[in-house]
Design a protein around this ligand. Structure first.
Ligand SMILES: NC(=O)c1ccc[n+]([C@@H]2O[C@H](COP(=O)([O-])OP(=O)(O)OC[C@H]3O[C@@H](n4cnc5c(N)ncnc54)[C@H](OP(=O)(O)O)[C@@H]3O)[C@@H](O)[C@H]2O)c1
Length: 249
């Protein structure tokens, strides 16, 4: 198994992407700590992991609360002895409206949320990882020159996450800590069933790929597990592009 004896913290583990990553990490042998806002969503993922023989703990944590994040990560390390992987997959509360209509508060919401939460969860993990001389920090992005109209601050936030990735990879590499982002052009299964025009959005996501298919949740989990593993020990300061060619590098 790729992640045997590893301890992973996943924020937003009750969401579709966070759940898929949590399941894949557990399947590959990691002990997973699932953090998020809604207990029932976390329990659902944890129950599935446990019924497949994995080890999962859950905690309701606001990943924007400095004290809560620091105390949580310290508690994980006290309980499990270490933290090897930190993956922040919370949502950013983005409001997607055209520039001429959006308020400054709505525009800034995803940017400040993304910056604050990634700063808090990365700093909390790095304080322990630096002492051990190893660790992996992962984020889920989607930067690049391509964008769409009317995204408000969402795409700006994704681009800014790559700035964090570069800065922290530079800063933490000396301690053996790797920083990697994954990017997709959209994961159809992660779209809520209730979203208006869901089928058209999915068709659009698939049409913009080169492979005529988009990443599945299983694909996200499989790649994340590989990138988090020691098999990917050479990979840092970069993005792993799982967009099936939709985002050309
Ligand atoms: N899905 C995609 O195709 C895609 C593409 C590019 C980027 N992304 C990004 O990847 C991330 C995960 O995507 P997703 O589709 O799984 O998102 P999602 O469905 O919105 O799920 C995110 C999870 O984060 C939790 N959360 C939100 N704020 C939190 C906080 N302050 N503290 C702790 N947990 C919090 C939510 O909990 P509650 O449900 O309890 O509110 C939810 O379970 C998001 O940042 C998204 O923008 C996704």
């Amino acid at each position: 198994m790729l992640l045997e004896n590893k301890v992973a913290v996943i924020y937003g583990a009750g969401g579709p992407i966070g759940g898929a990553v949590s399941r894949a990490f557990a399947r590959e042998g990691a002990r997973v700590f699932l953090a998020g806002r809604t207990k029932a969503k976390l329990d659902k993922v944890a129950d599935e992991i446990r019924s497949n023989g994995g080890v999962a703990d859950t905690a309701v944590i606001d990943a924007l609360d400095e004290r809560a994040v620091d105390e949580y990560v310290n508690a994980v390390v006290a309980q499990a002895g270490q933290i090897d992987i930190s993956f922040n997959l919370i949502s950013y509360g983005d409001v997607q409206e055209p520039l001429i209509e959006i308020s400054v508060e709505d525009f800034l919401q995803p940017i400040t949320t993304a910056m604050r939460t990634h700063f808090l969860t990365t700093r909390a993990a790095a304080r322990h990882m630096t002492r051990r001389g190893s660790g992996v920090i992962l984020a889920f992005g989607g930067d690049g020159p391509q964008t769409l109209r009317g995204l408000g601050g969402f795409k700006v936030a994704l681009d800014a996450i790559e700035g964090l990735r570069r800065q922290w990879a530079c800063e933490l590499g000396q301690y053996g800590i790797r920083i990697v982002t994954l990017k997709t052009g959209g994961v159809p299964e992660s779209l809520p069933d209730t979203i208006p025009g869901r089928e058209a959005i999915i068709a659009d996501i698939q049409q913009t790929t080169l492979l005529n298919r988009a990443a599945t949740l299983a694909d996200v989990g499989n790649v994340a597990a590989f990138v988090a593993s020691d098999q990917a020990r050479t990979i840092t300061a970069t993005e792993v592009n799982i967009s099936c060619g939709a985002l050309m590098d």
